[in-house]
Design a protein around this ligand. Structure first.
Ligand SMILES: *Cc1c(COP(=O)(O)O)cnc(C)c1O
Length: 437
């Protein structure tokens, strides 16, 4: 127990019994969602009133616990901005898309996204404890009449069971920690029963929005399914309260490795110093910063977007300046379904046949001399390489490097280059294949 924990809920909930405040069921059923609800807690701006009053806005629902972290008088409060809509949310921007990651196109069955060769994303619910205004899945999340049913879960698990290359299943949504515990337990035990499923991961913002839900009982249930990993979603140091820290400690004590995925948000965490404070607090709570996401091209999120340069500047301020454990990977989830692509400052400055020139975070530059002779690793005689051959269909650039393939061509490449002379592309392909042998 943290000695700073008050024995009374914060204002205006001071008359609610402490036991109720600490009960996640009470938190869920007393969420705030209207202008009237929020008026009791903060001084709403015109823009927030417009956002909350707009017809068809993306669902608003905020646990009293998370609402109590808002600054009542500061519309720029980083907590407030993440959960209260403003007029800016209603304005479409030029590049926006409904499904910017093309998840629907990658779904062999509803709610199961199979984008990468060996892992899948399983959307188990459309419900969350509270709703982030910049939600990348706002097209499906929040609708309580359209969540995933038992039969949808059956179809998802059936696909995983008959797809042996899937060794990693990531439960997300919506928020998996909001579904009834026995339903979650049932899903986890059915996944654990599939021999080729090596690891199970849960992505959840419950430890941020409603740490009361991280009960000893929930944690006891989760720990039966090891190796089980959990990624949380903190964006700002203000969210790491004593309550949140206690929830994280229960999870870590149960041997659940914790990661954090932040979204880079204008006016919330687009500052190297705020971000450094966040990652330090995370590491102190045994949470490894995993990804820092560039904000997706999703409706409602336009005013949260930053240039990519802002993210690079943050990465420049982290790498080398602090523990490697505290440095996340900055990624752009590529529009059109390209998946997560890491972007980083350049540390490799130049190279010759003998040397590479690298620079560190201080700008110190030096030459690393490469070995004059190298008994090259030979994929043709390496057993591990031979076992991998012929797998997947998503070998990508690594196939260019080890010689299995000589080129990756954009669609329509042949037609475009059929200019003056009639080229027999079949012959060219054969030649490329011969050269690659
Ligand atoms: C993010 C994501 C994953 C997991 O990616 P990792 O880089 O392994 O964390 C898997 N599938 C989809 C569709 C995703 O968006």
């Amino acid at each position: 127990m943290n000695s700073a924990t008050p024995q009374k809920p914060p204002s205006p909930w001071q008359d609610i019994p402490w036991e109720k405040w600490n009960d996640w069921r009470w938190q869920l059923s007393n969420r705030l969602n209207t202008v009237e609800d929020f008026r009791d807690v903060i001084n709403l701006t015109e823009s927030e009133i417009a956002g909350l009053s707009a017809p068809d806005h993306f669902r608003v629902d905020v646990t009293p616990y998370f609402a109590s972290l808002m600054d009542a008088d500061d519309p720029d409060c980083p907590v407030r901005k993440q959960i209260i809509p403003t007029a800016a949310e209603l304005t479409p921007f030029q590049a926006e898309m409904a499904d910017s990651l093309s998840e629907d196109a990658h779904s062999p069955v509803p709610g199961l996204v199979h984008r990468y060769p060996d892992r899948v994303l399983m959307l188990v619910t459309t419900q969350c404890a509270s709703y982030c205004r910049y939600c990348t899945r706002s097209r499906i999340v929040g609708d309580s009449s359209a969540t995933f049913s038992r039969s949808a879960h059956d179809a998802q698990i059936d696909y995983i069971a008959r797809t042996p290359q899937v060794r990693d299943v990531l439960l997300s949504g919506g928020d998996p920690l909001t579904i009834p515990q026995r339903v979650l337990e049932d899903l986890l035990s059915r996944l654990r029963a599939i021999p080729h499923v090596e690891i199970i991961r849960i992505g959840s913002r419950v430890p941020v929005f409603m740490p009361q839900r991280v009960t000893p009982d929930l944690v006891e249930m989760l720990r039966q399914f090891h190796p089980l990993w959990l990624n949380v979603h903190f964006n700002h140091p203000k969210e790491i309260t004593p309550d949140a820290a206690a929830g994280l400690a229960r999870l870590a004590d149960a041997g659940i490795p914790l990661g954090n995925q932040s979204v880079l948000l204008a006016g919330v965490n687009d500052c190297p110093h705020i971000m450094r404070e966040l990652v330090h607090k995370l590491v102190m709570n045994r949470v490894r910063p995993y990804y820092l996401y560039q904000c997706d091209l999703v409706h409602g999120a336009g005013h949260f977007r930053t240039p990519v340069a802002v993210g690079l500047e943050i990465m420049e301020a982290l790498r080398g300046h602090t523990s490697g454990y505290a440095v996340p990977t900055y990624v752009i989830d590529a529009p059109g379904g390209g998946g997560k692509i890491p972007v980083a400052p350049n540390y490799l400055i130049s190279q010759s046949a003998d040397r590479v020139v690298v620079r560190n975070y201080e700008g110190y530059m030096s030459a690393y001399t490469q070995p004059p002779e190298y008994a090259r690793h030979d994929p043709a005689t390496c057993d591990a390489c031979r076992r991998r051959r012929g797998e997947a269909g998503q070998e990508g650039v690594s196939a260019l490097l080890d010689g299995r393939q000589l080129a990756i061509q954009p669609e329509g490449f042949h037609e475009t280059h059929q200019r003056l002379t009639k080229v027999d592309w079949g012959e060219v392909e054969e030649e490329l294949a011969r050269a690659a042998e």
